[in-house]
Design a protein around this ligand. Structure first.
Ligand code: NAD
Length: 292
């Protein structure tokens, strides 16, 4: 099946990045959100990010203008329903995602493929609540979307081959690389990455090293581009904790228990870069300062 139009639900940091790369690849994009502010700011951010690509000579200004023209925004979810492919990228809460699919189902075109960008929620369970579990998949982009090359494609138990191949075709056209994952808690990237971040927080909690020495160790000793605590601040500590809880609940193994220090940072509202404070304090003018 040929995909020509893509509906994106949720215009936050992931949704706007997904709209950006899909429009650049030539798809007609319709982006929706419950918040008009989110839609306005998504359009602004996409424009700024495309401008940056023009100034770095990665794209021409004509390509930028054409991409922007391919993106339509709407506050009405149902306007996205006739798209060939829908990518849901709303808040990581199962009830929110379920309600979106429930509202969309009566209005979908017969060929529409439904996907979710969820980081951790069961694709099989989300798909089973729709009229088309065979046309339902996980389409998991990495943050920041215009930069990161990977997309995890997750088959639910009922997903058919035609749906998988159509989604794989989209990933190829976006110039990204697909990695195929079975539908188990947190899929592959976060199944491996989050326990490492959680272990870095335990290393801090137990006083084995301080924030600077832990991050320096992994940057220079394991050649990671960012230390694990720096990376946790970038992802958001609430997101890291939510994914650890999904692993712990879903796999029932104590090796996934979230570190109490991670819980404490989240309870304090120190969620990382998005709140200006996490394992580092970003409020000053100079370099971020470790908070422990
Ligand atoms: P975000 O908070 O930046 O954006 C979420 C957006 O969804 C908000 O603009 C909100 O207004 C909107 N929204 C909420 N309810 C809605 C509804 N009923 N209909 C339409 N829009 C609605 O979050 P984000 O970081 O962009 O994450 C979105 C999804 O992507 C989540 O499922 C998350 O797990 C996943 N994800 C996030 C990352 C990451 O690093 N942040 C990486 C990969 C995947």
């Amino acid at each position: 099946m040929d995909i020509g139009s893509i509906g994106i639900v949720g215009a936050g940091q992931m949704g706007n990045g997904i709209a950006h790369v899909c429009a650049l690849a030539g798809y007609d994009v319709i982006l929706t959100d419950v918040s008009q502010d989110a839609l306005d700011s998504a359009r602004k951010i996409i424009g700024q990010n495309l401008d940056r690509q023009v100034s770095r000579e990665k794209i021409t200004s004509e390509v930028r203008d054409e991409a922007l023209q391919r993106i339509r925004t709407t506050a009405n979810l149902i306007d996205t329903a006739k798209s060939d492919l829908i990518i849901e990228a709303a808040t990581e809460r199962e009830t929110v995602k379920q309600a979106i699919f429930e509202d969309l189902v009566p209005h979908l075109a017969p060929q529409t493929i439904l996907t979710s960008n969820t980081s951790s929620i069961s694709i099989t369970r989300l798909g089973s609540r729709t009229d088309r579990p065979q046309k339902f998949m996980g389409f998991h982009f990495m943050n920041p979307v215009p930069v990161m090359k990977l997309v995890e494609l997750i088959r639910g138990i009922a997903t058919d081959e035609e749906t998988f191949e159509a989604c794989k075709g989209v990933v190829d056209r976006l110039g990204k690389t697909a990695a195929t994952s079975e539908d188990f808690p947190a899929f592959m990237v976060n199944r491996i990455l989050m326990p490492m971040i959680n272990e870095a927080v335990y290393t801090l909690y137990e006083g084995v090293g301080n924030i600077t020495s832990i991050d320096t160790s992994m940057r220079l000793g394991a050649n990671h581009p960012m230390g694990p605590l720096e990376l946790a601040d970038f992802i958001g500590l609430d997101t890291c904790l939510a994914i650890m809880n999904v692993l712990h609940d879903g796999l029932a193994d104590t090796k996934y228990r979230p570190c109490p220090l991670l819980v404490k940072y989240v309870e304090a509202g120190w969620l990382g870069r998005k709140t200006q404070r996490g394992f580092y304090d970003y409020r000053g003018e100079g370099d971020p300062v470790p908070t422990r």
